[in-house]
Design a protein around this ligand. Structure first.
Ligand SMILES: [Zn+2]
Length: 367
């Protein structure tokens, strides 16, 4: 066990990052039934792309299952028992939208375990960034129940592991999936050791994540929820992130940044209603890398876990955009309008204003 301060500020200077990932075909054994959007083809398509484009440039691991003790850092024993009981059942329903198959339980244990392994690699540190290409996804899973296609909350388990085993005290979770990650939100709502930042469509499941939901108790001010407008463009989104996420990074000074990386805000996605391109995700990734750089060129480790994204080709291009940004960081491509004009389009400026006005009183972000 090592004190966080020794490790978190110890990254490579700006330039190429050492990047790790998990590729494991056992994640395809989680079957959700005919017509379900969270189907194995999503990850199979990503695996093909990784094989042809990125695999040789990365540290690639296979998954190992988490332990019961690790999963129970987040989930109740009752929830864990319910998932184990689905083992070898042809099909079980954990929630109206969440069906599981005979081998789902193993995929879920492997997904949590892969995220834990990723954190260990970041803290060793043998990589600077790690992207867990896993399913089932996790950000809707609550302490005592599955939902929204999620079984175990992979990021929450990885965050608790980073705190318990590696002593981290400030973890920033950035959730750019188009759905509000109510599981992560709720699990750390009273906790200032995890700052949860989410951009999402408030008109979609689970219909939570209003800007006024900012945390409670010790966690008050450590949750930043931003409901998006469907007309927003990539440039609008970059402007929003630059003016809200950047101050959150500067003010909170995270020891690790974890991204709930769902890609269902893509224009081609059949579930999301937004209009973003795959390039957005690489641009935000470059932004996170740039904004989290500290004096001297060090930066906190960067962890990603796959969440949603339901059009396999758009999903795969979006994941590739993130890997491209990790392998070649460079400067964030900020929209020209951001540099040239102080007057952003009307549907973004009021949104930014509301978020900033809501959060300034907590004293974590500065004007
Ligand atoms: Zn989603």
């Amino acid at each position: 066990m090592t004190a966080a301060g020794d490790k978190s500020g110890n990254r490579n200077a700006a330039g190429a990052l050492r990047v790790g990932t998990v590729i494991d075909e056992r994640f395809l054994e989680h079957k959700t039934g005919h017509g379900h959007p969270e189907h194995p083809r999503r990850l199979a398509e990503i695996h093909r792309m990784m094989e042809s484009t990125f695999k040789d440039r990365l540290s690639v691991i296979r998954a190992e299952p988490a332990t019961v003790e690790q999963v129970e850092m987040v989930h109740t024993p009752g929830h864990v028992r319910r998932i184990l009981k689905t083992a070898e059942q042809r099909i079980s329903s954990m929630a109206p939208d969440t069906q599981v198959s005979a081998r789902t339980y193993m995929a879920a244990w492997l997904a949590a375990g892969a995220c834990i392994r990723g954190v260990d690699m970041l803290m060793a540190p043998s990589v600077d960034a790690f992207f867990a290409l896993v399913r089932p996804p996790g950000h809707h899973a609550l302490a005592d129940r599955a939902g929204g296609f999620c079984i175990f909350n992979n990021i929450a388990i990885a965050a608790r592991h980073a705190m318990k085993i590696h002593g981290l005290r400030r973890i920033l979770v950035v959730d750019w999936d188009i759905h509000h990650g109510n599981g992560i939100n709720d699990l750390f709502y009273n906790d200032n050791k995890v700052y949860y930042y989410s951009t999402h469509d408030p008109g979609l499941y689970p219909y939570s994540g209003y800007v006024t939901e900012t945390g409670e108790g010790e966690g008050l001010g450590y949750t930043m929820n931003i409901g998006l407008v469907r007309e927003m463009t990539d440039d609008d989104m970059i402007r929003l992130y630059e003016q809200t996420l950047r101050p959150a990074i500067k003010g909170y000074d995270p020891e690790m940044i974890m991204v709930a990386a769902g890609f269902d805000a893509h224009a081609d996605d059949p579930v999301g209603k937004s209009a973003f391109s795959e390039n957005l995700y690489g641009r935000i990734t470059r932004g996170i890398i740039e904004w989290s750089e500290k004096p001297g060129g060090t930066r906190p480790p960067l962890f990603f876990a796959l969440e949603g994204g339901y059009e396999p080709r758009a999903l795969t291009r979006s994941v590739a955009s993130v890997f491209e940004a990790l392998c070649k960081p460079g400067k964030i491509e900020t929209p020209e309008a951001l540099k040239a004009s102080e007057t952003p389009p009307d549907h973004v400026a009021p949104l930014i204003r509301t978020v900033i006005d809501t959060h300034l009183p907590y004293g974590i972000i500065s004007p």
